[in-house]
Each structure stands twice: as structure tokens, then as C-alpha cells.
Ligand binder design. Structure first.
Ligand SMILES: C[S@@+](CC[C@H](N)C(=O)[O-])C[C@H]1O[C@@H](n2cnc3c(N)ncnc32)[C@H](O)[C@@H]1O
Length: 260
């Protein structure tokens, strides 16, 4: 994977023109996607409905590509990277885990196999990708692990119990989320997080101007997200050991205030 560029503004016209000149073969696909997204944004003005429609369209074409993997080999590798990282950070079979934006269980099937039955809870805004997640469960013969897979409209977790989850995980979700969605999650995640538990999320990091592309990809400064968590009484820290891995996003860990 090429070194990540954390200063470029992908929304800037200059960047887009230079990119198209460097990769003329990718321009038609990008234009088709931009046209589709313009129509979906017109049809579904609120972000969650819009992104659910993006996922519906992408999942119909290819569930693995819908969660961002170019091939099934990449899908397996990305899931393994998430799983190995959390195992290295002490994820135990007895832990209870909430995965936000679980997709088609790219990492989830590994968590489900590792955790005790009933200890995995996956949520997603897209019913289509959750149907694909059920296919993943069947493919890996994980029915007897009894995971829960639930569609959601927001990230308030109102239907989940207090202090229940030891580990909350959101991979490549905030990279597709405007700030109010992240704010809503951070405002409520502390209630469902068990004492001593942690919430890891990845994000597309910029050290320049914060920006978004097609309202699909959002780029944030680390300090913006850390300050947001702190506004909700949580403690947040950048995870430098995730940067060593061949992955384009960065990771932040959130715990209850003073719990690091
Ligand atoms: C790039 S995929 C990653 C899926 C999974 N975390 C993985 O690593 O394979 C992003 C997922 O997050 C879901 N998602 C996006 N915004 C969400 C939100 N606000 N609440 C819950 N799920 C969301 C999408 O539907 C999609 O399944």
C-alpha cells in the first residue's frame, strides 16, 4: 500500500483534475459514481438514508466491494488485520462486543468465532449488507455462535443495555460519516460501554483542511475527534501501533473518562 497522504485535499478541483490526468482509466467510473450519488442525494437528502441507498446499490453489485474490498482476498486480509489487532489488545472470548457498521462481517465472522456464543452484537444502517452478513455466517458455519445482527436508524443505542459491552468496534464507518453522526455516537456510546471497556474506531486522517468527497468519504483531523469525545466526558487517544499496519486509515481508542 502506498504511504498515506495526510495533507492532500481530495475535494479540491486542482487535486481532482491532476488525479484524472494521472489515472484517465479511472475517470469514467468516478463520473458514473458521482452521477449516481448526485441522484441518491437528491432522492434521500438526510445522510443516513443516502448512505443506506449507496450501500443498497453497492451490495447488489458485490457485497465485498460494498465494504471497500477489491477482491475476496483483500476482504479476508482486512478482516484478519482488524481481528489480530484486537486479539493483540486483549480481546477475550468472555468479552461482549458491539460492532458498529458491521457490514458483511469482514472481521465480524472472526470475532463471532472467537467470542462465546451470544457475545457478538453487530449493527448497521443497511438491511442489504446485513442480509449479506447472514450469508457470511452460513458460509463459515457460525450459526451456533448465535450472533445478533440488527439494522439501526441512528447511533443512540437506545435499545441496548447500560454498561454492557467490553469492546465496541467501528472500522471504516466514521470515514463515511459527517461530524453530527460521529457526535451522536460519542454522545451515547459511554452509556453502553462497560467499566474498563474500550471503543476503537478508524477514520480517514488529514493534517490539512477537513473535507469530504461525494458525501461518501470524510477526512478529519485527529484533534477534532479527540476533542469531540472529550466533550462527552470520554477519554480518547490516537493509536500509533495501528499506523504500522498496511491500512489507509488511522485509529482512535475511546474509554470512560480517566480510564486510560
Ligand atoms: C466500509 S463498510 C465497513 C464494514 C465493516 N466495518 C468492515 O470493516 O468490513 C461501512 C459500513 O458501515 C455502515 N454504516 C455507515 N454509516 C453507519 C452508521 N451511521 N451507523 C451504522 N452503520 C453505518 C455501512 O452500511 C457499511 O456496512
Amino acid at each position: 500500500m502506498p504511504a498515506r497522504n495526510v495533507t492532500v485535499n481530495r475535494a479540491a478541483l486542482g487535486h481532482r483534475v491532476a488525479y484524472a490526468l494521472r489515472h484517465p482509466d479511472r475517470a469514467p467510473r468516478h463520473l458514473a459514481r458521482a452521477a449516481r450519488d448526485t441522484w441518491l442525494r437528491y432522492r434521500w437528502p438526510d445522510h443516513i438514508s443516502y448512505y443506506r441507498a449507496v450501500m443498497r446499490s453497492d451490495t447488489r453489485a458485490d457485497p465485498d466491494a460494498a465494504v471497500g474490498s477489491r477482491s475476496h482476498e483483500r476482504w479476508l486480509a482486512l478482516g484478519s488485520m482488524q481481528f489480530d489487532y484486537l486479539i493483540g489488545h486483549g480481546l477475550r472470548p468472555g468479552h461482549r462486543m458491539l460492532e458498529i457498521g458491521c457490514g458483511n462481517l469482514r472481521a465480524g465472522w472472526r470475532f463471532i468465532g472467537h467470542l462465546e456464543p451470544g457475545h457478538y452484537y453487530g449493527i448497521d444502517i443497511s438491511p442489504d449488507i446485513l442480509a449479506a452478513a447472514q450469508d457470511t455466517l452460513v458460509r463459515h458455519g457460525l450459526q451456533d455462535r448465535l450472533p445478533t445482527l440488527t439494522p439501526v436508524r441512528d447511533l443512540k443505542f437506545a435499545f441496548l443495555p447500560d454498561a454492557h459491552f467490553d469492546v465496541v468496534h467501528a472500522h471504516s464507518v466514521f470515514s463515511h460519516s459527517p461530524l453530527p453522526v460521529i457526535d451522536e455516537c460519542l454522545a451515547h456510546v459511554g452509556r453502553v460501554l462497560a467499566p474498563g471497556g474500550w471503543f476503537d474506531f478508524t477514520f480517514d486522517r488529514t493534517e490539512g483542511r477537513e473535507h469530504q468527497v461525494l458525501r461518501e468519504d470524510f477526512y478529519y483531523r485527529t484533534e477534532t475527534l479527540i476533542a469531540l469525545a472529550e466533550q462527552h466526558g470520554l477519554t480518547a487517544r490516537f493509536m500509533p501501533d495501528w499506523e504500522d499496519l498496511p491500512h489507509g486509515q488511522s485509529k482512535i481508542r475511546v474509554t470512560h473518562g480517566g480510564g486510560l
